[in-house]
Design a binder for this molecule. Structure first.
Ligand SMILES: [Zn+2]
Ligand SMILES: [Zn+2]
Length: 462
């Protein structure tokens, strides 16, 4: 249906289109194609393609409900296997050893649902991101967190134009629950496009997200791709990162046994919030060495009074760093002697620490957006079994990395693109901005700007 509405141009400058029957014609319209992430939370892969260049942004992976996956002992033999089942996008140039000057990949931020497929890109492909995102991916890899392999990325200054062929792009910082997150502005010969990446307005730096909205508005984009992660959520009060510290302090203060917490190491500020809360209730925070390794690289200083879990199996860079900073290490017997004196990190892959704490293990576990992320993960039920077995109460105290639905709609209305496409959502159809045409894209379909405008429609809230 969309191929019929494509506009074909004569290659002859100034020629009358009717006079060039039989001549070679070249379609010069820029095409937008999605290879993932239109109806899932994460896994966004979008390509903007002109006659001479391609820009692909984000390269993450999420499991799609109806798609085959490789898991456990069923492993892909090659990149071709991953392409065959649609996990890797069908963009041949990404896997080829030539044509690299015509194709680039941009990464909005370091979360796996935006980066997981990067290791499969051909060596010569330029992969761009912000300097902070590059740094985060480097330290995560050094700390052996989440099996993230080392990646070669080009870190660029935010707010500076870069180019691949006739496409220009720049990163604009946004606030999200990890450092370095950015939106991407893209300028093609016949359209301007804004991709929000993931963003929120209730974190430590809402002004950064607001400045992005203002910059995007002034850019006057034709197309806005906007995340709609929370479009399907029940409306509920939103907790700021600041308010969350108070809730954690109250929870810690009401507990006599050990307090455990599980934050996402890719969110160092949240980890440090737990250190601060522990300090306020006179508990000593105990962190995994790898968690503090990541946090220390982003704050430039070490929090005071922290202890490190004893661990004989640290990755080399972390072990060397720990030796250099000389932080005191602590083992389970010392924690077990005075359970009410500690607030300890308990990561899912370190649940065996409960075995070492033995009879002192009971207490309160505060889940704060760490892994497993939610009940959709099979590890979630197993976590509950471990905690129940050791008499540890479970409590969830966190806050989202994503803007609420109403905020997302306000962003669309403030930027006022000619058409907006909600993506990165289980319910993109619930994102309704008043007075602006919306289009819900299908995957693996090429859209020109004319296609999007012709098929977009004004929608109203029910
Ligand atoms: Zn995401
Ligand atoms: Zn994210």
């Amino acid at each position: 249906m969309f191929s019929t509405s494509l506009v074909w141009y004569s290659e002859m400058l100034g020629g009358d289109p009717s006079s060039c029957k039989g001549e070679m014609v070249v379609d010069k319209s820029t095409r937008i194609t999605f290879f993932g992430g239109t109806r899932t939370i994460g896994g966004t892969i979008c390509r903007v393609k002109t006659a001479t260049a391609q820009l692909v942004f984000d390269m993450g992976h999420v499991v799609r409900p109806s798609s085959p996956i490789f898991s456990g002992s069923l492993r892909p033999r090659s990149v071709a296997d991953l392409r065959a089942v649609g996990i890797l996008p069908d963009i041949p140039e990404l896997y080829m050893d030539q044509h690299h000057q015509d194709v680039a990949v941009c990464i909005s931020h370091n979360h796996l649902d935006h980066t997981a497929l990067l290791p499969y890109m051909a060596n010569g492909i330029s992969i761009f991101s912000t300097k902070e995102t590059c740094q985060m991916l480097k330290v995560i890899s050094e700390a052996a967190l989440e099996e993230q392999p080392p990646l070669r990325l080009i870190g660029v200054e935010t707010g500076t134009w870069q180019s691949v062929g006739d496409l220009s792009f720049q990163f604009v910082p946004v606030d999200h629950d990890t450092p370095g997150a950015a939106a991407i502005l893209i300028s093609a010969p016949d359209m301007r496009l804004v991709y929000t990446g993931d963003l929120r307005f209730h974190g430590w730096r809402p002004e950064v997200s607001r400045a992005f909205v203002e910059k995007a508005r002034r850019f006057e984009p034709d197309v806005l791709l906007i995340e709609g992660t929370r479009a399907g959520d029940e409306p509920r009060p939103q907790v700021t990162e600041q308010e969350l510290i108070r809730l954690v302090v109250d929870a810690m203060a009401g507990e006599d046994g050990i307090v455990y917490f599980n934050a996402y190491p890719r969110h160092p500020e949240r980890v440090l919030s737990f250190v601060r809360a522990a300090h306020e209730v006179n508990r000593t925070a105990v962190l995994e060495a790898r968690t503090l390794y990541v946090a220390a690289h982003f704050t430039g200083r070490l929090p005071e009074g922290v202890r490190i879990w004893a661990d004989s199996d640290l990755p080399d860079p972390v072990a060397r760093w720990l030796q250099g900073v000389g932080l005191p290490v602590i083992g389970p017997s010392e924690v077990a002697e005075r359970p009410s004196a500690f607030a300890v990190e308990l990561a899912y892959d370190r649940l065996w620490r409960l075995i070492d704490l033995d009879r002192a293990a009971s207490g309160l576990y505060i889940h704060s957006n760490g892994a497993p992320l939610g009940p959709f993960d099979p590890a979630w039920d197993n976590l509950q079994r471990w905690l129940a077995h050791f008499g540890v109460a479970f409590r969830s105290l966190g806050t989202s990395g994503h803007a609420a639905l109403g905020e997302i709609e306000q962003v669309v209305e403030a930027i006022r693109p000619r058409v907006y496409l909600p993506i990165h959502s289980f319910h993109p159809e619930r994102v309704v901005a008043s007075g602006i045409p919306r289009f819900l894209p299908e995957e693996r379909v090429d859209y020109t700007l004319s296609d999007l405008l012709a098929n977009a429609s004004l929608t109203a809230r029910d």
